[in-house]
Design a protein around this ligand. Structure first.
Ligand SMILES: [Zn+2]
Length: 390
């Protein structure tokens, strides 16, 4: 079966009413391909500070996670310079010279590398450099570090106030913000910290990922990160909790916090990844493309690279592949195979075909396109327009 046939037959059962499919290849869409680069105004320099090895294979894989994100940025944002520093704070004093954004993905708390470099980062932030922190790197000690985090990214994990349960968060609605461009509703199991310590009255802080955690997330007894009277009262009142947020700072710089990222495999989820990629571009004061930062699907094989630990004997890679619906499964997830005859069948697309990803205005087409484009055309995009006549 050709790719096109797959697309058309899979869409037909979804839209019961009359469908007008306009499949425009190459000629019309070459414009869009070029447009991707044009959407990025200005060339930015991004530095990733990837922390030391931490939690064992597949978790807190700071370097491997940064490498996934860095590769996506290099591919999607032409001209961007992306530096990845491994094993904590770079020794080179000039490592962060000229950067537009610093992304920190590392252990946190008392072991957060930034605790020893508050002055350096504060100077960068005052100079307009954006800061993004992921997972444990959103936790710093209350006091000097916590105060700086409120300035830089608008919030942080405060022990005795915030909690770190593992749970499945469902993100169904997003605020209109450059960071959410092209991000479709998703749900994913992670160690989603919540009840962050934010600036007073959430001043200039925009929640990006919000949900109401289930009571089960507070099943553990009180402790530094497991529960406390404040978070219990908040959850009992049904208050919405924020697992990612964006800040605009007095200095004109921008910040972003993201509490997921415990499980390395979650970087295989296209929406999870796109949201963070968008955020990195945004904190760097770059222009987030209209459909978000585009990147082909990430494979299990790519996720397995660069990890800090050896593969354990009991690692069930096919279970991971299935759970994250990563490319390479025998059956395309979510793309029904059906006997419905296609309403239109184009020429077969090959790996040499050049075209463009869909855009956010047609999310259903986007879902299908992303899966197919990622699976079969890691380097080439595919685009078609669907007009639904209701
Ligand atoms: Zn974790």
């Amino acid at each position: 079966m050709s790719l096109q046939k797959t697309i058309v037959t899979s869409i037909q059962p979804i839209f019961k009413r009359a469908i007008v499919l306009t499949l425009a290849f190459l000629t019309a869409l070459t414009v869009n391909v070029c447009g991707l680069a044009a959407q990025a105004t200005g060339v930015k320099t991004i530095a990733f500070m990837a922390g030391h090895q931490s939690h064992g294979y597949g978790s807190h894989e700071h370097y491997a996670g940064c490498m996934i994100l860095a590769a996506a940025l290099r591919k999607a944002m032409p001209g961007y310079e992306v530096r990845v520093f491994k094993d904590g704070w770079p020794e080179d004093a000039d490592a962060f010279g000229g950067i537009d954004a610093l992304v920190m993905y590392s252990d946190g708390g008392n072991g957060h590398p930034v605790n020893q470099h508050l002055g350096q980062v504060d100077a960068l932030v005052k100079d307009g450099v954006g800061v993004a922190c992921m997972h444990y790197a959103v936790e710093v000690p209350k006091g000097d570090s916590g105060t700086k985090f409120l300035d830089w990214i608008g919030g942080y994990f405060e022990t005795g106030w915030s909690v770190n349960p593992h749970w499945t968060a469902k993100y169904e609605k997003f605020p209109k913000h450059p960071i959410t461009r092209g991000v479709l509703p998703f749900e994913i199991y992670d160690e989603w910290y919540y009840h962050m310590r934010f600036r007073k009255d959430m001043a200039h802080v925009t929640p990006i990922l919000s949900a109401i955690p289930p009571q089960a997330t507070l099943a553990r007894p009180d402790g530094a990160r497991s529960g406390n009277p404040h978070v219990r009262a908040s959850v009992a009142k049904g208050e919405v909790q924020h697992m990612a947020w964006a800040s605009e700072n007095e200095s004109g710089s921008r910040g972003f916090g993201f509490t997921g990222g415990h499980f390395h495999w979650n970087w295989g989820d296209p929406n999870f990844r796109k949201l963070v990629l968008n955020a990195i571009v945004w904190v760097a004061q770059g222009e987030v493309p209209k459909s978000g930062v585009e990147d082909p699907a990430v494979t299990l094989e790519q996720l397995e690279k660069n990890q800090d630990y050896n593969v354990p004997d009991n690692f069930n890679r096919e279970a991971i592949r299935e759970r994250l619906k990563l490319p390479g499964t025998k059956k395309a997830p979510g793309v029904p195979t059906s006997s419905v005859k296609p309403v239109f069948q184009s020429d077969v697309i090959t790996s040499k075909t050049e075209a463009h990803y869909g855009n956010q205005a047609e999310p259903m087409s986007n879902i299908v396109i992303r899966r197919l484009a990622g699976r079969n055309h890691p380097r080439n995009f595919l685009s078609f327009q669907i007009q639904v006549d209701a």
